[in-house]
Design a protein around this ligand. Structure first.
Ligand code: UT7
Length: 330
């Protein structure tokens, strides 16, 4: 019997805009303060893509180019491009199509995945399945969000949280005992409107009214989302450990979505994972939505070792949540 074909992460790339929006600058914009933001969220600063001519596809393209350069391969070798985002350049064409054009991925098809903060986790499992099918040899999976394009910088409940950024991975097949081993994903639309951008879609197409109502900005019921995120991320992470006969001690790295440091630590505590095994960079970048998890993988690359047990976990709008078990393979 031939060994099982798995998807292995063989390169990681990233892009962060240069502009740093500090808590001190936010204090000049809304009624908030550095102490509140740091104790309630863990965030010190976030990056903002200031150039009005540049959007999410620009950031995703830089990620793709870094990956191609790292691997020394040409865009024409890519089979598929999956971009997780809730801030696409356009409703259509997809961000993936724009990236395909920029990197000359002449043999690739692609599409966007809309699962908010779970976007990267959902896109990664999709990419892994394409590799496991045996039909694809090189799949790019990128999480990219220009959150500043949908954040209301007069709303202190949301503007302190989000930042812009992108990162992603290249997936390639392997028959070694590494790669993406398992995933669990959930969607529950019952409370979808509690974390939502109401304007600009087919229900509330752009009009003078939607602009006056500020419907093109995201809104969230923070407390409800907080509670649900803490419960759901822990539940699904514990479930994936059990299903793969792993204990908390077996986890080398836990990679949670970076929405709030209190959610991250509560989840790690419920899993029984030591905090020094948890990737946390929220203080530098805030919540970059689909970007947070691959940005952690990028930052921790020098510490990751072949064979490490890595658990990714996310929670976001939809609601959507999920966990992925990876045996690190580079
Ligand atoms: O990534 C997708 C998923 N998203 C999340 O997971 C986010 C989940 N939610 C959260 O992270 C938190 O709910 C927030 C960070 C958004 C808010 O923190 P909180 O501890 O839940 O605060 P709260 O909304 O309960 O507000 C507490 C107080 C309120 O004042 P009163 O009513 O107690 O007088 C707010 O008006 O803090 C006030 N407040 C602020 N004060 C200073 C809210 N925002 C701010 C602010 N600065 N920026």
């Amino acid at each position: 019997m031939s060994a099982k074909l798995r998807a292995n992460i063989t390169a990681v790339g990233h892009f962060l805009p240069d502009y740093v929006l500090t808590n001190a600058e936010l204090e000049t914009m809304v009624d908030t303060n550095d102490e509140w933001i740091q104790t309630r969220t863990g965030i010190k600063e976030r990056r903002i893509l200031k150039d009005p001519d540049k959007a999410t596809s620009f950031m995703a393209t830089q990620v793709a180019k870094e990956i191609l350069e790292t691997k020394g391969i040409d865009g024409s070798e890519i089979d598929a491009i999956i971009i997780a985002t809730v801030t696409p350049d356009y409703l259509f064409p997809s961000t993936a199509a724009l990236v395909q054009r920029e990197i000359n991925a002449t043999n690739a098809y692609g599409y966007d995945v809309s699962a908010a903060c779970s976007g990267f986790v959902f896109a990664l499992s999709t990419g892994a399945s394409l590799i496991e099918s045996g039909r694809h040899k090189k799949v790019l999976v990128i999480g990219a969000d220009k959150m500043s394009s949908i954040v209301d910088y007069t709303d202190r409940a949301t503007c302190i949280i989000f930042g812009d950024g992108a990162a992603g991975v290249l997936l390639e097949p392997t028959t070694d005992d590494v790669g993406i081993i398992d995933f669990i994903q959930r969607t529950d639309g019952v409370d979808g409107e509690l974390l939502c951008q109401k304007g600009g879609g087919s229900k509330n197409p752009a009009s003078i009214q939607t602009v006056q109502n500020k419907d093109h900005f995201l809104r969230q019921e923070g407390r409800v989302v907080f509670k649900k995120a803490t419960e759901s991320m822990a539940d699904v992470s514990i479930e994936i450990l059990k299903r793969n006969n792993l204990t908390n001690e077996d986890v080398d790295w836990f990679v949670p979505h970076q929405a709030n440091n209190r959610i991250i630590t509560a989840t790690a505590n419920r899993m029984g994972v030591d905090i020094d095994k948890v990737m946390i960079n929220i203080e530098k970048y805030g919540n970059t939505t689909a970007g947070t998890i691959p940005l952690c993988l990028y930052d921790w690359q020098p510490k990751l070792k072949k064979g490490d047990n890595v658990i990714l976990a996310s929670f976001g709008g939809g609601f959507t949540w999920g966990a992925i078990y990876i045996k690190w393979g580079i």
